[in-house]
Design a protein around this ligand. Sequence first.
Ligand code: DOR
Ligand code: ZN
Ligand code: ZN
Length: 352
Amino acid sequence: MSDIILPGLIDVHTHLRVPGGEHKEDFATGTAAALAGGVTMILGMPNTSPPLSTPEALQNAYAQAQADARCDVGLFAGASPEQIDRLPELASHAVALKIYLNDTFGPLRVEDVPTLRACFQTWPEDKMIAMHAEKQSVAVGIGLAAVYGRPVHFCHISRKEEIELIADAKMRGLPVTCEVTPHHLFMDETDFARLGPLGDMRPVLGTPDDVAALWAHLNDTVDCIATDHAPHTLAEKWSETPPPGVAGLETSLGLMMTAVTQNRLSLDRLIQLMHANPRRIYNLPEQPDTRVEFEMTPTVIRNEAMVSKCGWTPFDGVEAVGRVKRVVLRGEVVVEGGKVICQPGFGQVIPV
Ligand code: DOR
Ligand code: ZN
Ligand code: ZN
């Protein structure tokens, strides 16, 4: 079968671990993993150490990304009650704002109404607000979207009750969008039983019913596939206090293309979910002369093949229908024969 040509994929949910977690991932390795997976633009999350919730931390991360990124990168600013007065200052170096409503990795959390009001009143109107919201917190986010009449994007929606609530909100014309991850589509709680800490992430893997609901809504309610690439070392994952999170940049396209060959979604829909909608929702720049060549050769996903610094994937041993062969970014071949060949600094950081 001939190769399939796709636009450069956009992952709106990646953890790059700079600053403070460079032993897990850094801009050079995380963006190499992205390109190896056919992803030419990523949005980096702010739950670093320190978090990207002060202008200083954000500017430093932005400068480091300019030096080290191999694909294009935008950064999220992180909402924090302690720094809320300085929130507007963060906008010049950020693509969007991230608000964590529920417990997960890192210290960023917003649990009080005054901070939420300040976010919606002072964050620039033309930049997106994204939320880590689970269960009834999704209703909080929908309420804020309605009150302030501005869009909210829900990260990694994983439960039947959540996707159904978002479907209801959309039906009533509220400006909400959402993403789902491949791990919540291709694994469920029985895989957690098998994988132990390697199958632990936030949100946790769902029930088979939850997974069925995500698939059932993939062609209407879901707006994006996003990886929530959250690398941690194997030593950390097997420690007494394993952090939640799994890598995802290198396995996302192969798994989703497998679903295309099983008629679970069309190739056009995949392109909407992994390129067009991410770009529209976050108002991201076009990448001219950029494409991904995907080779339809059955390929077993292997830990040893991972480019991410963490060096493992919960999908080790799973067969995908193909693999990324070549990636062209702004006219330059950046992946050839599956190998990343561009240097750190080739990627652009947005806003430029
Ligand atoms: O599993 C997760 N890991 N979920 C999150 O929300 C954060 C992430 C991380 O940063 O490791
Ligand atoms: Zn999250
Ligand atoms: Zn995340």
